[in-house]
Design a protein around this ligand. Structure first.
Ligand code: ATP
Ligand code: ZN
Length: 210
């Protein structure tokens, strides 16, 4: 039996479940349950907060998981990545108040930037040779400039409408993300075999969608 961790409720949940179903794996879901077992494949599904998924997979509490690359890389767990899944595509971008005279990344030198992704942002700023003050906040990042907490933000964007409605302008792309399948590095032969079977089906689903 292979244990798969997916997001309990959020932007990864629906497409993660859809992928598993498209692989011909049946299970019964209930919003109250924290885990379910497939009725026709040796798979158990755990429903967790997305941020906890890389850690649980690294520790072997779950064998495999589905999470955004943004969270995986922020947590320094890239080594667990097995396969990009092509959904939950988004980007991590820098944005400034729309009236600002921003022209170049060097304009952020010495500025205060609010984000929930300090490591990804630091890596990007280091690459660009920019020294800024990163303020890590866990949510509502997009309001930080309007309340005087920061000069700029670095946050997840998909359509950009949240930025616009908060009077912000996207100025730099820091990281591109999509959902990724991750696996514990020490799976035994039996679990490895089940994972290979699952991957084979995922590839078939992906080919059919092309
Ligand atoms: P949890 O309660 O599980 O911690 P969360 O609020 O941290 O949830 P979500 O907002 O559901 O997370 O986002 C989960 C992941 O989905 C993000 O880490 C990112 O990879 C992706 N994502 C975020 N926003 C979007 C978006 N607008 N469009 C597509 N994918 C997104
Ligand atoms: Zn989360």
């Amino acid at each position: 039996m292979l244990r798969l961790a997916i997001q309990k409720s959020g932007r990864l949940s629906e497409d993660s479940l859809k992928l598993i179903r498209e692989c011909g794996i049946s299970f019964i879901t209930s919003s109250l349950k924290l885990k379910t077992e497939s009725t026709n494949f040796p798979l158990e599904i755990l429903y967790l907060r997305d941020d906890d998924i890389p850690g649980y997979v690294a520790d072997g509490v779950a064998d495999i998981g589905i999470v955004g690359e943004n969270v995986l890389v922020e947590e320094g767990m890239q080594r667990l990545a097995v396969e990009q899944l092509g959904f939950s595509k988004c980007r991590l971008s820098l944005a400034v108040p729309k009236g600002d005279s921003y022209e170049h990344i060097s304009d952020l030198q010495g500025k205060n930037i609010a984000t929930s992704y300090p490591k990804l942002l630091q890596t990007y700023l280091d690459e660009k040779g920019v020294d800024a003050n990163i303020h890590t906040i866990s949510g509502s990042v997009e309001i930080a400039p309007s309340i005087g907490l920061a000069d700029a933000i670095c946050d997840i964007v998909s359509s950009g409408s949240t930025l616009i409605s908060n009077g912000l302008r996207e100025v730099e792309r820091v990281f591109s993300s999509q959902a990724v399948l991750i696996a514990n590095e020490g799976l035994d032969a039996e679990k490895r075999r089940v994972l290979d079977k699952l991957l084979f089906r995922i590839h078939a689903v992906q080919r059919a969608q092309k």
